[in-house]
Design a binder for this molecule. Structure first.
Ligand code: DX5
Ligand code: ZN
Length: 216
């Protein structure tokens, strides 16, 4: 039976109380913890980096989903892998050699994901389909939480779903997910929904996670 996984994006957490926020996410039953890394070059913003990730990883036993929005991701795979990432996703558009980056992630026995920005066509992923565990489809321009879902990306999710056929590749969707946009992403083929601003502003996070997970 198909069940959607929910990845809570820590970018929208209260940074002064990360320990409490991690506990809130754990109690919500969210499947994954989504950790956004930005470098101020690949995206016009900065977030948190390695020291905070190490602290988070020590504190939780959740599945750690690292989303690298940085140039030359290959330089940082070792650090995130050794700190406890379970899945490392980098951008196809980032400076660097994507094949080498995938091989490096594999070298550390982690799951490997590739993300595409809204302007990048689905077919750019074709050469990687035998190498990766996950495709992360951005439904906003990467860099900031709280933006609106780009409805024109729903067709791309569907196209990727058709493209991967029977391969065991998950499709994760990131940006602007809430109770109105999640059904659109799931019906197009999303397996994992990232939720940041929508999820963290809820009083009852568990109820929201359960609701998002039930969407067919
Ligand atoms: C944005 C990040 C997202 C962000 C999503 O570049 O990759 O993971 O936290 O936030 P929302 O759910 O608020 O769009
Ligand atoms: Zn993200």
């Amino acid at each position: 039976m198909h069940t959607t996984k929910i990845a809570a994006s820590l970018l929208s957490a209260d940074m002064l109380h990360l320990g409490d926020e991690l506990e809130r996410v754990r109690q919500s039953g969210a499947d994954w913890l989504h950790y956004d890394v930005m470098d101020g070059w690949f995206v016009p913003n900065l977030s948190f980096g390695l020291p905070e990730f190490q602290a988070v990883a020590r504190q939780t036993d959740m599945f750690l989903d690292v989303h690298l929005m940085i140039n030359h991701p290959e330089l940082y795979i070792k650090n995130f892998a050794e700190a406890g990432a379970d899945l490392i996703t980098f951008h196809l558009e980032a400076a660097g050699d994507p094949f080498r980056t995938v091989r490096t992630i594999r070298h550390y026995h982690k799951q490997a994901g590739i993300s595409v920005k809204p302007g990048t066509p689905a077919k750019a992923l074709l050469p990687f389909l035998d190498e990766i565990d996950l495709i992360l489809v951005m439904t906003v321009e990467p860099g900031f939480g709280g933006q609106g879902y780009m409805h024109e990306m729903t067709g791309k999710i569907r196209e990727i779903r058709n493209m991967i056929q029977d391969k065991a590749i998950k499709i994760e969707v990131d940006g602007g997910i809430d109770h109105t946009t999640a059904p659109e992403a799931v019906s197009a083929g999303a397996d994992v929904l990232v939720s940041g601003s929508y999820l963290f502003k809820q009083q009852d996070m568990k109820k929201t996670v359960d609701m998002l997970r039930e969407i067919k």
